[in-house]
Write a protein that binds this ligand. Structure first.
Ligand SMILES: Cc1cc2nc3c(=O)[nH]c(=O)nc-3n(C[C@H](O)[C@H](O)[C@H](O)COP(=O)(O)O)c2cc1C
Ligand SMILES: CCCCC(=O)C(=O)O
Length: 316
């Protein structure tokens, strides 16, 4: 029997063996040259510690609070789309894992299980990630269903007016299933014989006109706190605080959107300084080890998100 994996990179190797190539490439790939994909991981490796000795560490409490929710450690689960492509239980299994670890799961707007299925599967603390569709009524309905089903916050993803150009998905003609949340509302089954179906889906339904003024619209359709995901600069961090968001997620979407943006760990400090403690700053991108999380916390993150599909092994 093969030895148990001892780190995240080894899990990725197992995923590569287990998954059809089209899905493995979708889960692990980044945009274009995948420069930022490599940088997200490598920038962590350039940060080293100045350790202090002879400090009593016999009792460690890693618990923290995010938007008033106590969680067992500063590790939350990032929204990742279409999880049934990786495992038949999809987002329900992820929610159960979040409940077992006493942490928060962010459910992707493009999930393969419905908000109702996830809500009734366990008592995990759940936030809903939001994409704003051209059909605003569809996005609004989903937000309201999440609110009725006990979701606690909305995480607006702001870095995806269109889907990043992911060359493996183009070559594989990546297909996307009909997503159950939208059954009867809008079709998510795109059939194009050219390129990535998922990119075609996003260009068809995502509202590329989304801008700062739409935070007001979002506030008009929900009472839930709103976090904004995809902030990489002090300018946007200041704007986000000005429009009254309840939290900021420093993220480059796992390097799947605009290539050649900085590694998120390189952008974190400027955002934290600009926010000045007014709202919590969360963080994701490139986290593969506990020491990465420690670095993000040391640079001012309140907590981090980890994704299901760490794209490292092919590079390191
Ligand atoms: C397969 C996959 C699907 C994703 N789907 C979404 C999504 O639906 N919505 C979203 O806001 N971010 C999505 N993300 C981005 C993650 O939430 C997160 O920002 C990113 O994966 C963090 O980087 P890491 O993968 O290096 O941990 C996705 C990432 C991956 C790898
Ligand atoms: C159209 C689905 C988009 C999901 C997503 O955000 C990603 O794959 O990064």
């Amino acid at each position: 029997m093969a030895a148990e994996p001892v780190n995240v990179n080894e899990f990725q190797e197992l995923a590569k063996q287990a998954l059809p190539k089209m899905y493995y490439d979708y889960f692990s790939g980044g945009a274009e040259d995948q420069h930022t994909l490599r940088e997200n991981v490598e920038a962590f490796s350039r940060i080293t510690f100045q350790p202090r000795i002879l400090v009593d560490v016999s009792k460690i409490d890693m618990s923290t609070t995010v938007l008033g929710f106590n969680i067992s450690s500063p590790i939350m689960i990032a929204p990742t789309a279409q999880q049934k492509l990786a495992h038949p239980e999809g987002e329900i299994a992820t929610a159960r894992a979040a409940a077992a670890c006493n942490t928060i799961m962010v459910l992707s707007f493009m999930s393969t299980c419905t908000v109702e299925e996830v809500a009734s599967s366990c008592n995990a603390i759940r936030f809903l990630q939001l994409y704003v569709f051209k059909r605003r009524d569809v996005s609004a309905q989903l937000v309201q269903r999440a609110e009725r089903n006990g979701f606690k916050a909305i995480v607006l993803t702001a870095d995806t007016p269109r889907l990043g150009r992911r060359e493996a998905d183009i070559k594989n003609r990546m297909v996307s299933p009909q997503l159950k949340n939208f059954e009867g509302l809008i079709s998510t089954e795109v059939v194009t014989d050219k390129g990535s179906n998922i990119e075609a889906l996003a260009s068809g339904i995502f509202d590329a006109s989304l801008s700062w003024k739409d935070i007001e619209w979002l506030r008009s359709i929900t009472n839930l706190p709103i976090l904004i995901k995809g902030v990489l600069t002090c300018e946007d961090a200041i704007k986000a605080v000005e429009v009254g968001v309840s939290g900021i997620v420093v993220s480059n979407h796992g390097a799947r959107q605009l290539d050649y943006v900085p590694a998120t760990i390189s952008a974190l400090e400027e955002v934290v300084l600009a926010v000045g403690g007014k709202v919590p700053v969360l963080f994701d991108g490139g986290i593969r080890r506990g020491t990465d999380i420690f670095k993000a916390l040391a640079l001012g993150a309140q907590a981090v998100f980890v994704s299901l599909s760490p794209p490292t092994v092919q590079f390191v």
